[in-house]
Design a protein around this ligand. Structure first.
Ligand code: UDP
Ligand code: MG
Length: 314
């Protein structure tokens, strides 16, 4: 029997957990032909979250938990979930029931058809402000324009991942994580499933705009070094303006037979030196980008298939 691990990062979710368990339990009863593990990652909750999880574990041995010494954030909690998961596949789910467990059979169905990463795409986002929707839309646009790896739009972390995706993700051990871009980066066969995102069942959202902006910046900077190119791109028009102005001044001096004026020389000098400075910044940026990519220590590729013994499913 195949085993599926449902990974649930939880931070101060005491209010939502009872509802979550009820829905999950019902679902696990319905799906007979799989073994389930529910792996909670308690991200340093300050309320009764851990107590409740332990209580649940008392009468349901399918529940396991990992706890953190402090709040490390959802991204790190997800990685811990991957590290401790024992299933043949994992499913990431939020604790607040925004990701409906009822979608799980469909995710499993596509997994059985051979897809490695079955991700849930939201067709609606109930209970979210237009500002959050708008900013997230713009963010995807910007991120996608910066990279050639395809980014999945309107997709959260709610997804099923085959064991080999899990193994791949375990190897990406950078500290500033952006799971969303990592799911894209590792590749493998992907399948989209549509769903309606519900409002949070109880408790408050742990996100605020600062966290979101941090996540957005982490996402862009951990995924691409394109912003470091800005200097290089700025240097080109600066030198172009310098060149045109230089020609103009020289031609004017010759045709009108006058010496170069002080202000003209000043403008030329400013353009020249600022151009050089921007250019040097750009060069530093280019090297910094390379060092940055190397220090991430990512493996260079993952084997999809290989005609010998299949060794990916450890
Ligand atoms: N979460 C976490 N650590 C944090 C913040 C959030 O593990 O520091 C968990 C939280 O318990 C929930 C999920 O991440 O299961 C999503 O959080 P939330 O619902 O607050 O975010 P939103 O859905 O509003 O984006
Ligand atoms: Mg939520």
């Amino acid at each position: 029997m195949k085993k599926i691990t449902i990974i649930i990062p939880a931070y101060n979710e005491e209010e939502a957990l009872p509802y979550l368990y009820e829905r999950l339990e019902k679902l696990m009863k319905e799906i007979q032909n799989y073994e389930f593990e529910v792996l909670f990652v308690d991200d340093g909750s300050k309320d009764k979250t851990l107590e409740i999880i332990k209580e649940m574990r008392e009468y349901d041995k399918r529940i396991n938990y990992v706890t953190f010494s402090r709040n490390f954030g959802k991204e790190i909690a997800m990685l811990a979930g991957l590290d401790y998961a024992t299933g043949d596949a994992v499913i990431f789910m939020d604790a607040d029931l925004q990701d409906p467990p009822e979608l799980i059979p469909e995710l499993i169905q596509y997994w059985e058809q051979g897809y490695d990463d079955v991700y849930a795409k939201r067709s609606s986002r109930k209970g979210e402000t237009w500002l959050k929707k708008f900013t997230s839309k713009m963010y995807y646009k910007v991120l996608q324009s910066l990279t050639r790896i395809e980014i999945q739009k309107d997709t959260g972390d709610f997804r099923l991942l085959d064991k080999r995706c899990v193994n791949a993700l375990r190897k990406l051990r950078e500290s500033q994580r952006c799971s969303k871009s990592m799911f894209s980066w590792i590749g493998y066969k992907k399948k989209e499933v549509m769903y309606e995102r519900d409002p949070r069942i109880a408790g408050k959202t742990k996100w605020n705009y600062k966290k979101l902006i941090d996540l957005a910046i982490d996402g862009i900077t951990s995924f691409t070094t394109s912003p470091l190119r800005i200097s290089t791109y700025l240097a080109i028009p600066t030198f172009l303006v310098l060149f045109i102005y230089f020609i103009y001044v020289i031609v004017k001096c010759i045709t009108q037979n006058v010496a170069i004026q002080a202000f003209q020389a000043t403008i030329l000098l400013i353009l020249f030196f600022s151009g050089i400075q921007i250019l040097l910044f750009g060069i530093v940026g280019e090297y910094l980008g390379r060092i940055f990519n190397e220090t991430k220590n990512r493996p260079l590729y993952f084997v999809d298939e290989y005609n010998g013994k299949k060794e990916m499913n450890e």
